[in-house]
Design a protein around this ligand. Structure first.
Ligand SMILES: [Zn+2]
Length: 203
C-alpha cells in the first residue's frame, strides 16, 4: 500500500517513467508540482497534451513537425541536393546548431540493432530510398550522420551499400572522425560536430 493519496501516487508513478528519473526524483517533482501555482501545473499539463496532439512526423523527412511538413522541408532556401541522414530529431537540432549545413535531412527513427529486434523495416530507410529514387529528385549527396556507435556504424554501412546499388551516381559520405566514439551525436559540442561535418568523407 502506498503512503500517498492515490492521485499523488499516480503522479509519482507517471513521473518515474521518465528517463533518468528514479523514484526519489519522481517524489520530489510530484511535491514540487503540488506546491506550484495552479497556472504552472496547468501549463505543464497543457504543454504535454499539445506536443502529443500537434506534433507529428514530417511526411518528407520524418523530422518532428507541426503540420504535414517540418520547418526545414518547408524552407525553400535549403539546399535540396544534399540529404543528411540522422537517427533522431534531436540530432537535427545538434547539427543545426553548428551552422555548417544548409541541406535537408532524413530522420531514421533509430539505428539498426538486430539484438534489440530493430530491423530495416522498423526505420525510415525505405522512405529514404524512395526520396532518392524519385524521378524528380535533385539529390546529389547523402551524408550519413548516424551516431559513431556500433549500431550507428552498422546502419550507415547498410544504407551506403544499398545506395550504391540503387543510385550509383550518388555521393555517399560519412561524418569525419573526431567525434567521440561510442557517444551520441547530440552530446558532441558544436565545434567538434561542425568540423566532423566539414571533413566528411566518401563511403
Ligand atoms: Zn521534413
Amino acid at each position: 500500500m502506498s503512503v500517498y493519496a492515490p492521485p499523488i501516487q499516480r503522479l509519482v508513478t507517471e513521473l518515474s517513467k521518465l528517463p533518468g528519473v528514479g523514484s526519489r526524483t519522481a517524489q520530489r517533482l510530484a511535491f514540487h508540482i503540488l506546491r506550484a501555482p495552479v497556472e504552472d501545473a496547468e501549463g505543464l499539463a497543457q504543454a504535454i497534451r499539445d506536443v502529443k496532439e500537434r506534433i507529428t512526423l514530417c511526411e518528407v523527412c520524418a523530422n518532428l513537425a507541426e503540420g504535414p511538413r517540418c520547418r526545414i522541408c518547408e524552407d525553400e532556401r535549403r539546399d535540396g541536393t544534399v540529404i543528411c541522414v540522422v537517427e533522431e530529431p534531436s540530432d537535427v537540432i545538434a547539427l543545426e546548431r553548428t551552422h555548417e549545413y544548409r541541406g535537408r535531412y532524413h530522420v531514421l527513427g533509430g539505428a539498426l540493432s538486430p539484438i534489440d529486434g530493430i530491423d530495416a523495416e522498423d526505420l525510415k530507410i525505405a522512405e529514404l530510398f524512395r526520396r532518392v529514387e524519385d524521378p524528380a529528385s535533385t539529390i546529389r549527396e547523402i551524408v550519413l550522420a548516424t551516431n559513431p556507435t556500433t549500431t550507428g556504424e552498422a546502419t550507415a554501412l547498410h544504407i551506403a551499400e544499398a545506395l550504391r546499388e540503387r543510385a550509383p551516381g550518388l555521393a555517399v559520405t560519412r561524418l569525419a572522425s573526431g567525434l567521440p566514439v561510442g557517444a551520441d551525436l547530440e552530446y558532441a559540442d558544436e565545434v567538434t560536430l561542425g568540423r566532423a561535418f566539414a571533413g566528411r568523407r566518401a563511403l
